[in-house]
Write a protein that binds this ligand. Structure first.
Ligand SMILES: [Zn+2]
Length: 473
């Protein structure tokens, strides 16, 4: 440290005053960078050991096999269901059997929406059954259903321009898929926008770029003081068929029946396990995924993969006999699909410890072939993470991107805690998302091994560094 100061002082002395300050900064920056590089060199062997065990050694395919057994045994896990209760009990036992520390369940309340029986029939211009998936929080129809003429629009703008035509009708949105973030607003707000112009129900083209006649469900939000109308997603194929019929001037009539019910909030739990820190046990790195899912498919991809590589990170560290300085805490969130409900309550009850939360990590956009890490943090923290990623050279996954994402970790990141999420080849993710297609068949053991290696090296090294990640903005 002293040497660094001396060198900097000497160099700046030799420079004209106007250049001195930035140059000094530059030298400081370089020496800091050298120091990070030197620290990381000490982690090379342990990173290689993690990679060997996860990718080539005795732990290869373990997260895949654990996940397969779990989803085949439990099935999908919607908030409020027996399946989700069974899943939480299953994980509570499994984490204890894995000899992790402080295995616990933290109670939270989650929404309890039940889909019930649902169907749609096109009655005009001909009879045809229409595949639907009701949207989370939607109200049901009367038992005899709602039979009404259809108006097809391709955007909210078109709906507003044709507002007078929509009264008493079922609005079909045939919006093109641009990106999930942009297009999902039709699923989230389509019902209330349709209700504002007097529609009796809304059917929304599923939020996906690709379809084999698959409706995709998801949460939707009714706006305050707008009448609630039933709403469901339909396949791309039927949305396009309705649009073609409407453009030819054909009258379309649909009979929609939905038995959906919104029950009072249900009891649930975030599932927690730890490897307690050897030097700074009160300081914590959180690794996480969500355990709940939709009530279709197996929830293997969303977010079984994320939950199980997060568990794998703790298993690998324990199996290698590593004792990171800080505590590694696995959190398997509940109620994510209803808007990060379990994570929101976790944040409220733990935010008093925010100064000790070093890094929050979540993977919730698939565990396909990983390409790197998304990271939110200041420049100094980014420099450290960039060097940590270099430890993953043996598997060639070294990219660091900006803007970590994850509904469940967003509470912490918004409050200034550094966050990280895994980034993988997600081009096919939305093909399966929230549909019957989200099964174990989508998962790949080799990719999961690589995801687990990245997740473990990053979480271990951050938890073991002498200092917490800098976070001042
Ligand atoms: Zn998810």
């Amino acid at each position: 440290m002293k040497l660094i100061f001396l060198t900097t002082a000497l160099v700046s002395y030799m420079l004209p005053a106007c250049l001195g300050f930035p140059y000094e900064q530059e030298v400081l920056h370089q020496t800091k960078h050298e120091r990070i590089k030197k620290v990381m060199a000490d982690y090379k062997d342990v990173a290689n050991a993690i990679i060997d065990l996860a990718v080539h050694g005795g732990a290869q395919n373990r997260s895949y096999n654990r996940l397969a057994r779990f989803v085949d045994t439990i099935g999908n896990r919607m908030s409020g269901t027996e399946n989700l209760k069974n899943a939480i009990n299953y994980m509570y036992k499994a984490l204890q059997e894995d000899k992790l520390q402080n295995v616990s369940l933290e109670p939270v309340k989650v929404p309890h929406w039940v889909r019930g029986e649902e169907s749609a029939m096109m009655l005009k211009p001909r009879n045809k059954s229409i595949a639907i998936l009701g949207l989370g929080s939607s109200i049901g129809t009367p038992p005899e259903g709602i039979s009404a003429e259809v108006i097809v629009v391709s955007s909210f703008t078109e709906l507003h321009n044709r507002a007078k035509e929509a009264k008493g009708k079922i609005v079909v949105y045939n919006q093109p898929f641009v990106s999930y973030g942009e297009t999902v607003q039709y699923r989230a707000y389509g019902a209330s926008e349709a209700a504002k112009v007097g529609a009796v129900a809304s059917l929304i083209r599923s939020i996906t770029p690709f379809s084999v006649y698959s409706p995709h469900t998801g949460w939707q939000d009714y706006q305050k003081d707008v009448p609630k109308i039933p709403t469901a997603c339909i396949s791309i194929e039927d949305a396009e068929m309705f649009a073609r019929m409407a453009s030819r001037g054909e009258t379309i009539v649909v009979l929609l029946k939905m038995g959906a019910i919104n029950n009072p909030d249900a009891d649930s739990f975030n599932t927690v396990a730890e490897i307690v820190g050897s030097k700074y046990p009160e300081q914590v790195v959180i690794v996480s995924g969500h355990l709940d899912s939709w009530d279709v498919g197996q929830g293997a991809m969303d977010d079984g993969g994320g939950a199980f590589i997060s568990w794998e990170a703790l298993s690998l560290i324990k199996d290698l006999g590593l004792h990171p300085k800080r505590t590694l805490r696995l959190v398997l969130w509940t109620g994510e699909e209803q808007g990060g409900v379990g994570a929101g309550q976790y944040y409220q009850s733990h935010k008093k410890d925010i100064s000790n939360i070093d890094l929050v990590m979540e993977t919730d956009i698939g565990t396909f072939m990983p390409t790197g890490l998304q990271f939110s943090g200041n420049t100094e923290a980014q420099a450290i993470m960039t060097e940590i990623m270099q430890l993953l050279k043996p598997i060639n996954i070294t990219n660091l991107y900006g803007n970590a994402e994850g509904t469940d970790i967003s509470y912490w990141m918004e409050a200034g805690v550094p966050g990280a999420s895994l980034i993988d080849e997600i081009d096919k993710y939305f093909w399966f998302h929230h549909s019957q297609g989200d099964t174990m068949t989508v998962q790949n053991p080799v990719w999961m091994n690589l995801c687990a290696a990245v997740w473990t090296v990053v979480s271990y090294v951050v938890a073991d560094l002498e200092e917490m990640l800098p976070r001042e903005r």
